[in-house]
Design a protein around this ligand. Structure first.
Ligand SMILES: C[S@@+](CC[C@H](N)C(=O)[O-])C[C@H]1O[C@@H](n2cnc3c(N)ncnc32)[C@H](O)[C@@H]1O
Length: 375
């Protein structure tokens, strides 16, 4: 069977158990362990149906100077890992090479979600310092890539990216992933179905030397619609199920197939709602999202003003973290009402509540040594 991530196990690593044990939960954490960082809200591609379409209208980015300062603030603030993501294209930031090196040299682990167009430019740094690099591909051919992930001028950079992935695969220390967002015409003007290329793309991923291939469902991002799965034509979903059912044939000791959370709901044409009985989010105390337009509770609330916890333009990271705006937003946040969508951190939250109870009762928590900082 294609694998799903085991986030609960990651919470039992000693550095996380220490953090959970040493936190006064009524006050929140003194710092998060993991930061997702949008270095820029601009992108060199123009993908139809992109979930960040609105965010990218700002084209904001941190100045080079501020980005490097933020790196230092993460370091001094006890951040253990940074995910470079968007918003826009994280590797399009002009200071990104220096920034990755800065973090890597200070043993802050790096994960990257990228469109891949700049991986050639930063190959050596990525190979050395990135724990995982996931390239958003969504296609198996240059033609399909040109339709779903065109550059601003309309050209397909598929061959360029595939060639750079091959080179990166040869020298990387971390994992390399090939991400495939299932799309159909329901995803918006200019979007065509890429379902018939799923299997072929997974074959290509393995041939390139990727460590994994991830299949993901698409989301709606209309105003007022938060985190609803896109509903596709039934026939398309039947075809997708068929393509996905053969992916296991490709698994080897060095190549995994990953299924994103909610994929099964999407294939079944159902919305994935998830009831929650808790009223605080401990995961959002251990991880956070920092963007040029502000810092937010988590990626589900990227760019949403009522979920803003501060702004790193002109304010230091820990000052923001311990500041009034975050306090207010976190005390207003109520997952039982705000987060009725299927959240990737739900099981993590339940486990943290359980661990906190055990600590209060002086019971011993199962603790394992560090194997993956990206909780
Ligand atoms: C918005 S991009 C930003 C990072 C980088 N530029 C990239 O292409 O990976 C982040 C991820 O969002 C995914 N994405 C874009 N539109 C989406 C949608 N409508 N629903 C779900 N995911 C989407 C992309 O597949 C990509 O993996």
């Amino acid at each position: 069977m294609p694998k799903k991530m085991n986030l609960v196990k990651k919470l039992h690593q000693s550095f996380v158990v220490d953090k959970i044990s040493n936190t006064k939960w009524e006050n929140g954490t003194s710092n998060p362990l993991i930061v997702e960082l949008d270095t820029t809200e601009a992108c060199d591609l123009a993908c139809p149906g992109c979930i960040s379409e609105d965010i990218m209208k700002t084209k904001n980015r941190f100045t080079n100077k501020r980005l490097m300062e933020i790196g230092n603030e993460f370091y001094l603030g006890g951040v253990k890992g940074v995910i470079l993501i968007g918003g826009g294209e994280p590797l399009a930031h002009p200071a990104i090479g220096d920034f990755m090196k800065y973090l890597g040299e200070r043993n802050i682990h790096i994960g990257i979600t990228t469109n891949g167009t700049f991986i050639g430019k930063y190959k050596e740094i990525i190979a050395e310092y990135s724990s995982w690099t996931r390239i958003s591909m969504d296609a198996a051919t240059t033609e399909m890539f040109g339709k779903l992930r065109p550059s601003k001028g309309g050209k397909s950079k598929f061959n360029h990216i595939v060639e750079n992935m091959r080179q990166l695969a040869e020298i990387k220390k971390g994992k390399l992933g090939y991400s495939y967002l299932i799309q159909t015409s329901a995803d918006g003007d200019g979007v065509v179905s890429n379902i018939h290329e799923i299997y072929q793309a997974a074959e290509l991923a393995r041939d390139i030397g990727c460590d994994y291939f991830e299949v993901k469902p698409s989301y709606q991002f209309r105003e007022g619609v938060d985190h609803a799965l896109m509903i596709h034509n039934k026939e398309f979903m039947e075809k997708a199920k068929n393509e996905i059912s053969h992916l296991d044939d490709l698994v080897t000791d060095d190549f995994e197939i990953l299924k994103a959370i909610n994929l099964d709901y999407s294939l079944a044409g159902k919305q994935a709602t998830q009831e929650k009985e808790y009223t605080t989010c401990p995961s959002a105390e251990l991880r956070t999202l920092v963007c040029p337009s502000g810092a937010f509770v988590c990626p589900y609330w990227r760019g949403k003003d009522h979920m803003k916890i501060g702004d790193l333009n002109g304010v230091g990271f820990l000052d923001m973290w311990r500041g009034e705006q975050r306090k207010k937003t976190m005390s207003r946040l109520n997952p039982s009402e705000d987060c009725t969508f299927h959240c990737l951190r739900h099981e993590s939250n339940l486990e943290i509540f359980y661990m906190v109870k055990m600590i209060e009762n002086d019971e011993k928590i199962v603790t394992i040594s560090e194997f993956d900082r990206f909780i």
